[in-house]
Design a protein around this ligand. Structure first.
Ligand code: GLC
Length: 438
């Protein structure tokens, strides 16, 4: 089996499941100014570590989180086991800077894995390649480190090899101690720190030897800006199995130069921060999330939607509300998401198509005046039903449509002047069963 076939085999479930939960949780929930606060505000390591002394998420109940994710229609979840700050949510033998050494004394990763698995969700680990706590990670003069301008550290030597051993050891722990892990999500590479700089070949080998079916993103050689060699026809050993666009939906999905589809997963925040940021009120709304999820699927991609728990361990109520509404829509319309991808028909002007075999899903997002035109579908419709309730759609050619012979039309009923309104609907999905062509 070549590398592409192997990737297709391992990513098959992922390209069906389409919707996952991202969870950014760490000490940065205490300052509540985003997970980059240590860098943004140039907080030195010792000062930052004071949050460690405070950490005590007494409300942490991953069973609740898992049920929320499931109700939202998400099929997998990815938790930050360690973000750039270096604090480990798991019981690592290689550091003291871990949740089991805080007031809470719990292995938060283990509880996450157990709870999400119990709900039938797949589990993934985000692991930061950067580490702003480890003494052997470059600080002074690094591009991002909170101490990058801290003159007190000028000339301080560090042994990056030690850090790499630490990184590999921790990845081994994560791949060994928590059962089957479905996704490993590295974050991220930058100049001087990419691919082999992480001893990447060895790292990938290690991961695959412990978790043969796992899928990985491409950030062992890439980041949000560039997706790396997964975009080529000959991906290298660091390429991972899917690209990770961040806060953007690729305009036309992702293909290699020869036109081969590249699996991808776009990740999004619910406001403008990954970590808990209560003052960031730029909340996205459920309509937007649903429409953008549909857009991802219509371009053969996944959506990974982030939640940002508080330092106490609660997912903010407003985020729960968004997930709740998204979940209600998915409950009725999930067939148009799971197992679906790009359609053989071009994007219609009133919305989008997703498709799964001979089922074509018309996502009607704009109101119509009269029946809705389906260009190119003349003679192709066996039947059409509103997906949410199975209500029969009338397939017709209105008497005023003689000038548009390649169009089929659908409507809620007769007469043909009935209009689709979108006042209450976010996205009305019509399931069209296609006839074989010819
Ligand atoms: C970024 C950031 C980070 C976030 C990630 C999610 O590259 O470093 O804070 O975790 O994107 O995609």
């Amino acid at each position: 089996m070549n590398i592409i076939e192997d990737r297709e085999r391992r990513t098959a479930w992922f390209s069906k499941d389409r919707f996952g939960m991202f969870i950014h949780w760490g000490l940065y929930a205490i300052p509540g100014r985003g997970e980059w606060v240590q860098r943004d505000e140039q907080i030195n390591q010792d000062k930052y570590a004071e949050y460690f002394d405070e950490w005590n998420p007494t409300h942490y109940d991953p069973v609740k989180w898992a049920k929320m994710a499931k109700q939202a229609g998400m099929k997998y979840a990815i938790l930050t086991t360690k973000h750039h700050e270096g604090f480990c949510l798991f019981d690592s033998a290689y550091t003291d800077y871990k949740s089991t050494n805080t007031k809470c004394g719990r292995d938060l990763v283990r509880e996450f894995v157990d709870a999400f698995r119990a709900e039938g969700l797949k589990v993934g680990f985000y692991y930061s390649l950067l580490d702003w706590h480890h003494p052997d990670y470059p600080a002074y003069g690094d591009m991002y480190h909170g101490d990058r301008n801290n003159k007190a550290l000028m000339g301080k030597t560090h042994n990056f090899e030690n850090y790499l051993t630490y990184l590999h050891n921790q990845v081994r722990e994560l791949m060994t101690n928590y059962g089957k892990i479905d996704i490993l999500w590295f974050d991220f590479s930058y100049k001087g720190h990419m691919g082999e700089d992480w001893h990447g070949t060895e790292l990938v080998k290690l991961v695959k030897s412990l978790q043969p079916d796992i899928i990985m993103n491409g950030r062992l050689e890439a980041n949000g800006e560039n997706y790396g060699s997964v975009m080529t026809d000959e991906p290298n050993v660091f390429s991972g199995d899917f690209a990770s666009p961040e806060m953007i939906i690729p305009p036309a999905g992702l293909q290699t130069p020869s036109g081969m589809d590249v699996p991808w997963e776009a990740c999004f925040t619910l406001n403008n921060n990954w970590g808990y940021a209560p003052n960031d009120k730029q909340h996205k709304n459920p309509r937007q999330i649903i429409k953008k999820l549909v857009e991802c699927v219509s371009k053969n991609g996944n959506m990974l939607l982030n939640v940002s728990p508080t330092a106490k361990g609660d997912i903010p109520q407003w985020q729960q509300d968004v997930l709740g509404t998204v979940g209600n829509w998915i409950r009725d319309n999930g067939d148009s998401i799971y197992g679906c991808g790009r359609s053989e028909f071009p994007k219609p002007e009133w919305g989008r198509y997703t498709q799964n075999g001979n089922k074509l899903y018309a996502h009607i997002m704009e109101e119509s005046i009269g029946a809705v035109a389906l260009p190119g579908l003349k003679g192709r419709i066996e039947k059409a039903r509103r997906l949410s309730d199975g209500f029969e759609m009338v397939t017709m050619t209105p008497w005023v449509a003689k000038e548009f012979p390649d169009c089929e039309f659908i409507n809620y009923g007769l007469p043909e002047y009935f209009s689709f309104t979108t006042d209450e609907e976010i996205d009305t999905v019509i399931e069209i069963t296609l006839k074989e062509e010819g």
